[in-house]
Design a protein. Structure first.
Length: 403
């Protein structure tokens, strides 16, 4: 039974290919078919959960009839839920996704049962303001860590795993989850307290999601870029924010970086991470993370090229990479090495190559509007709220119900 999902996927894939579908080379769970009348059917499959889309009713009818004849499937109509994610489609074709119900399930499982004092005051930041993630605060042994988790009545690694899935739509907890995930083997008291704080923050900030706009000019992030920062965005639908916090890791001296990839006004990919090289300057740390952001943007760009059915030799639009470091931008645009840059690992010059080939355009933004800042540090309340309001949207309470 453990391999049943794999064999089901293989059988579905083989059937789809046999009836003319093409499998994505970028994301293998995506398929599409162009019919003789130029109508298109696109499909996303995860084990036995499927979303499909067609450009006209006849194409959809033909596909669902053939699918039902081959497999025993339930066709549930318009998509409202997918993998614990709520999908809301508006009359103006905006699409909002949220995991608010999944968030409530996490809180019911972990916070409601936690063996710690109940607190009703509002939590407006994901981590305590004085929390410094460090291995020095870890439990001395695995046994002591298990004993501590029993006292709090929280399975630390299980809870973190749930939060990692939740952060797919909850960008506001990106930094907190990334830091706490380092201590899943031997969490200490401070780590447990920080996790409880994070759960309380989610209790007070449950109803948030991500919206994709049919007209990108209506999205808050696009309006911010074009009005408040005066950037020339043109018709850019895909762009990426990149930021880094230099030398902030107490254990290794590495820098925490983050990127947010946007498409049609909503986040489609993000990460809070620590690139391997220990940066010798803030500019270098920004440049290192810029490389990670460019790689992520390349992945998104290749997927969009497939979904838009572009020919292989058709040029792709240049992706704007938005940084708040003019020094890092200068490093990415110049092929001259200096005594301050010649030690940087060669793979990070991936950025320079992409800029030269016009795959990416590096543009500067004031730190105030650098949205990726939310994944690089534990921000004060007003700053956290400001960025969250730009990145996410509030969800109607009536659409969120406990399972």
């Amino acid at each position: 039974m453990t391999l049943s999902g794999k064999y089901w996927y293989q059988e579905l894939r083989d059937w789809l290919l046999s009836v003319g579908f093409i499998q994505s080379e970028v994301v293998p769970c995506i398929f599409w078919r162009v019919n003789a009348d130029k109508s298109v059917v696109k499909l996303l499959d995860y084990v036995d959960d499927m979303l499909y889309f067609g450009t006209n009713e006849a194409a959809l009818k033909e596909f669902t009839t053939a699918l039902s004849a081959r497999f025993d499937v339930d066709l549930l109509g318009q998509a409202h839920w997918y993998l614990s994610t709520h999908i809301t489609q508006a009359a103006n074709f905006d699409i909002t996704i949220d995991q608010s119900r999944y968030c409530l399930a996490i809180l019911k499982r972990y916070l409601d049962q936690a063996g710690c004092k109940k607190m009703t005051r509002e939590h407006n930041i994901p981590l305590p303001s004085d929390f410094i993630p460090s291995a020095e605060d870890s439990s001395a042994t695995v046994d002591k860590a298990l004993q501590l988790q029993a006292e709090y009545n929280i399975d630390f690694s299980s809870c973190i795993g749930s939060l990692i899935y939740l952060e797919q739509t909850c960008t506001d907890i990106l930094f907190a989850v990334n830091k706490l995930a380092k201590f899943t083997r031997c969490p200490g008291v401070k780590h447990m307290e920080a996790l409880v704080h994070l759960l309380r923050y989610l209790r007070d900030n449950t109803n948030l999601g991500v919206r994709f706009y049919s007209d990108i000019s209506r999205s808050p992030v696009y309006q911010m870029l074009t009005t408040q920062t005066k950037l020339a965005m043109g018709e850019a639908k895909l762009f990426t924010f990149s930021d880094s916090s230099w030398n902030d890791d107490a254990d290794s001296g590495r820098s925490t970086g983050a990127f947010l990839c946007y498409y049609m006004g909503g986040v489609v990919d993000h990460s809070s991470n620590m690139p391997d090289p220990i940066a010798m300057s803030s500019a270098e740390s920004e440049y290192n993370e810029g490389c990670v952001a460019c790689m992520a943007a390349s992945h998104c760009r290749m997927l969009l090229d497939e979904l838009e059915l572009k020919k292989e030799d058709a040029p792709s639009p240049t992706v704007k990479i938005i940084l708040d470091s003019k020094s890092a931008i200068a490093m990415g645009k110049s092929f001259k090495d200096t005594k301050h840059t010649r030690h940087i690992m060669r793979r990070f010059h991936f950025v320079r190559h992409g800029v030269e080939k016009k795959f990416y355009e590096l543009i500067w933004i004031p730190t105030e509007f650098q949205l990726a800042d939310i994944g690089t540090k534990n921000l004060p309340g007003p700053r956290q709220k400001f960025l969250t309001q730009l990145i996410m949207v509030s969800i109607d309470d009536r659409s969120v119900q406990e399972e």
